[in-house]
Structures are given as C-alpha cells and as structure tokens.
Design a binder for this molecule. Structure first.
Ligand code: NAD
Length: 504
C-alpha cells in the first residue's frame, strides 16, 4: 500500500492552508533521492486570500510603535535560538547542506533580525530647525504597505530573514514566496514569528512557481518586490514588477573570482578556497568557483597544493558531522552541473579532478557530485562565462595583476570577488578599481555583516538598492518631508507670494 506523502502548504493568516491550487511539486531528500513531501503550487486565489488579510493587518502594524515592533523581533530571535537544532535539521533535510552549514544559514539571517531589533533608532528622521524664517523641515520614513519577497533554494532561512526582518520591523506586511525546492523552513519561520507576537496577516507564506510569482508581480496592492535567484529570472522579475509600478530589487547569479597574488600565503589560500569553492556543494552565490593565480610560478605552486586538499574533502550525507559538504539539491541540478563539466572538457579545459559519477555507499541514489577541478580555463569558454553553481573550481591563469583585475571586471556577473595578497598597495588598488559589488581582501566569502548591506553589480543585481542594513530600510520605506511654518498673524509680503521661495 502506498503511503501518503507529506504535504507542505501555504501559511495564510495564522495556519497552514491547503489553498485552491491543484498542482504540486516534489520536495526531495537529496541524501536518498527520494520524494519526501509535496508542496502545493498556489494560484491567484491563494494570493488574494493572503492579501486580503495582509492589507488589513498592515494598518494596525504600522500604527504600532516601533519599540513594540522591535520587541517582536527580540522574541523571534530567542525563539530561533531555542529551535536552532530543529530548524537546521529541517533545512538540511530538504537542501542537503550539512548541519553546521545549515546553522550558519539560519545564523546569518538571525543577524539581520538583531539589526531589526534596533529599528526605532534607525527610523528616526532628519530635522532642521530654522531652515528659513520661522520654518522647520523634517522627514519621516514610512512603510510602503504590503510588500513581497521571492527567494531561492540555496539559503532558505537567511534570505527570507534578510527581507522580512527589515520589511516587517519598519511597519510593512510581508508575503513570502519561497523556493518550491525547500519550502518547509520558511513556513516554520512564519509560525515562529506568530509565536513571537506578530499579529496575524503581517507575515504569510504563499507557495508556488512562476504562476504565483506572476500573480505577485501583477498584484496592484503589492508595493515592492524583493527577489533573489538566477539572473534571467531576476531580470524578468525586475522588468515586470517595474512595469506594474512597483519598487523592485532583484539579485541574480554570480561567478566570483579569487585572485591569488604571487606573494599570497598559499596554505591559507588553499584552506580558504576549499571551503569557499566546495562548501555547500558550491551552491552559494558568494562561493568562489574561479581561482586566478597571477604568474606561472603561482599557478604551479597553487595547483600542487590544491590537488591533495581536494582529494582530502569528504562528501557525505548532510547529517554526517565529518562531511565537508553534502548532496546538491535535486537530480536535475546534479545533471546540469555534470553537463557543465562535460562542456569544460569539450571546450578544451584540463580536467584535473573529475567529480562525476561520485557514489556514496548506501546512498547511491542521492544527488552527490564529487569535487571537481579544472585548470587552463579561458575567458572564451562558455563553462567559464556561465554560472555552474556546483562543486566545480575553475583555474584561469593570469600573467599579471592587470589581467586578473580585468578578468573579474569584465565578467558578466559582479557579485563578489576576493584578492589574496600580503601587499597592501595591490589590495587597495584592486578594491578601488574592480567592477564588482562586494570585495574580500584575504577574505574568501566577503558577505557583509547584517548592519552593512549585500548586493552585487552587473547581471548579479537589477535595481539600485542592496539587501539589509540601511539599504534594506531604504528599500522598504518611503521618505516624507515636511516643511512647517507657524505664522504669527502677520500676512507678509503679497508680491513675493508669486515667486518660488528660496533660502537665498
Ligand atoms: P531560481 O531563479 O530558479 O529561483 C528563484 C525564485 O524564482 C524561486 O522562488 C522560484 O520559484 C522562482 N522562479 C523560478 N522560475 C521562475 C520563472 N520562470 N518565473 C518566475 N519565477 C520563477 O534560483 P534558484 O535555483 O532557486 O537559486 C539559485 C540562484 O540564485 C543562483 O543563480 C544563485 O547565484 C542565485 N542567488 C543569488 C544571490 C544574490 O544575492 N545575488 C543569493 C542567493 C542565490
């Protein structure tokens, strides 16, 4: 007898809601390759149901004083900490990243919640007393209303928290449309926000795919959309959302370069690279899938040290505490990664370590890909130009500093980049001149801390505002500026009433 598959539904109002959609999508256990649940793929009617509650709830929430709103964030932080193990296991079971890394995913999101705990201070406006005779000018930041977030599979806790942590703290209601590949943690986060004291309807989760995304983009009551995912979809979301008159920020894909200068500490670099290229099976938008040794000597020495480090990597199930990384998210993604490896071979790159055909005993149907290293990759190769998003490290040799700088600057993606060097001048020059949004100096994954902001350049981000920190506050609020005068009864100069007022 077939056993019923667990169903993952929307979170509308204060509870899981099956909704009206009849379509479903499989959610896998990437360790075994088996379907472990099915997620409802929602339709317009489900969004409408959530929106009716959100529009009402937002009015009361925006009128709640900021200190009380912040207290919900404090409570939520405590609840996340209390449930950390449970959340990490749930996340790992659908995504496939190892437990320690799943905790990191949650923790990085939690740090944005910590920032949001200070929202009363951040929301204080500006004030000028006496901007003109008897005139004061002040500004206030007000919430937009109901806003939405559409998130990718690779950080199912962090990225939703980047968005809703700020959006809700400043007084908006938030509709979250998570990835259909690992939708359980976002629902759990919404439950915990409710437990933390958030009123019903302020944070809701609608499940779905393109149909739900389009419904969000076209909904007249959704004032802003924050998106994170692959670049073609980010561009689509940006265009359609802006066309509908919304504020949109849409973060896209990446192909981050690690520049290794001849004076770098190579042992340190190899250690950093192994984690940054292969951690989370390379499924990070801030992974380092391209390494650029500067000079032939650097390339030879680096390659010599890299090979044994890669051989020593342990690929295992996501609950294996000794594993460096686990399976990739789906069979389709595994096939895509392996097709890029074949493409690299066909294009003439040197395949030094081949991760295809990797099989884990007892988990032969799991979505595992072994670590892969290519050398002599060139900028003309499609496998270099496009994002692979797997445990594949490509070495592109550069003759000098200027060539390395040009490689990272010319690439279609501009999310992150790192330079490894002991030379402060070279690092300073690099940081100032490179055409990339986030730079690490001897830091392999330069994800900014929560009170700074996150965002790439070029095809890694559409729109002009970054995620979290003050940029996030700006994205999710609008500024109102008030000019006030309290006349004392004298009418003033009638002729001057027809001239534009100046402060001259
Ligand atoms: P994805 O683009 O497939 O999906 C992202 C979201 O878009 C999901 O919610 C999905 O349901 C929705 N979606 C999928 N197809 C759609 C379509 N045709 N029309 C409308 N919506 C659609 O991305 P993913 O595979 O889940 O995530 C990995 C990608 O995200 C990588 O490219 C990675 O670099 C990128 N990413 C970027 C950042 C960043 O901040 N720049 C952070 C994390 C991940």
């Amino acid at each position: 007898m077939a056993t019923a598959v667990r169903e993952i539904s929307h979170f509308i109002g204060n509870a899981a809601t099956a909704g009206t959609g009849t379509r479903r999508s499989d959610v896998f256990d990437p360790n075994t390759g088996k379907v472990q649940a099915q997620v409802t793929l929602g339709a317009q009617a489900d969004l409408d149901a959530a929106m009716a509650l959100a529009v009402k709830a937002q009015i009361g929430w925006a009128a709640t004083n900021p200190q009380r709103r912040a207290r919900v964030m404090f409570n939520f932080k405590a609840l996340i900490e209390k449930h950390m193990d449970e959340l990490a296991h749930l996340l790992s079971s659908e995504h496939g990243k190892v437990i320690a890394d799943s905790k990191g995913d949650i923790q990085r999101g939690l740090e944005v919640i910590e920032f949001a705990c200070g929202i009363p201070h951040v929301l204080k406006g500006e004030y000028t007393q006496g901007a003109g005779p008897g005139i004061d000018v002040y500004s206030m930041r007000q919430p937009l209303g109901v806003v939405a977030g559409i998130t990718p599979f690779n950080f199912p806790a962090m990225i939703p928290m980047w968005m809703f942590g700020i959006a809700i703290a400043v007084g908006n209601a938030f509709i979250l449309k998570p990835s259909e590949r690992d939708p359980s943690v976002p629902v759990r986060l919404a439950e915990l926000m409710l437990e933390a004291g958030l009123p019903e309807g302020v944070l809701q989760v609608v499940q779905g795919d393109k149909e739900m995304v389009d419904a969000i983009l076209d909904h007249p009551e959704i004032k802003a959309v924050s998106f994170v995912g692959s670049s073609d979809i980010a561009h689509y979301v940006y265009r359609r959302g802006v066309e509908a008159g919304k504020r949109v920020q849409a973060m896209g894909g990446a192909k981050n370069h690690g520049i290794v200068m001849p004076d770098a500490d190579l042992d340190q670099v190899v250690n950093d690279l192994a984690g940054a290229a292969f951690g989370s099976a390379g499924e990070r938008c801030m992974a380092l899938p391209v390494v650029v040794p500067v000079g032939e000597k650097t390339a030879i020495a680096l390659r010599e040290k890299l090979i044994p480090a890669i051989d020593a990597l342990r690929v295992g199930v996501s609950t294996d505490n000794d594993a460096h990384y686990g399976p990739v998210v789906t069979a389709a993604h595994k096939a895509k990664i392996e097709s890029y490896i074949q493409m690299g071979v066909d294009e003439g790159a040197e395949l030094v370590v081949d991760g295809r055909g990797f099989s884990l005993q007892g988990h032969e149907d799991g979505f595992f890909v072994g670590p892969t290293l290519f050398d002599r990759v060139t900028p003309q190769m499609r496998s270099y130009q496009e994002e692979i998003f797997g445990p594949v490290l490509q070495m592109v040799r550069a003759d000098g500093f200027e060539d390395a700088l040009k490689l990272a600057s010319d690439h279609q993606y501009g999310n992150g980049v790192a330079i490894f060097t002991r030379n402060g001048h070279a690092a300073r020059e690099f940081a100032a001149r490179v055409n990339v949004g986030m730079v690490g100096i001897n830091v392999p994954i330069p994800v900014p801390v929560a009170y700074h902001s996150f965002g790439g350049w070029k095809r890694s981000a559409f729109g002009d505002t970054n995620q979290h920190g003050m940029e996030g506050v700006k994205f999710f609020t609008k500024v109102k500026t008030i000019t006030q005068r309290w006349p004392d009864g004298g009418v003033g100069d009638a002729a001057n009433a027809f001239v534009i007022p100046t402060m001259g």
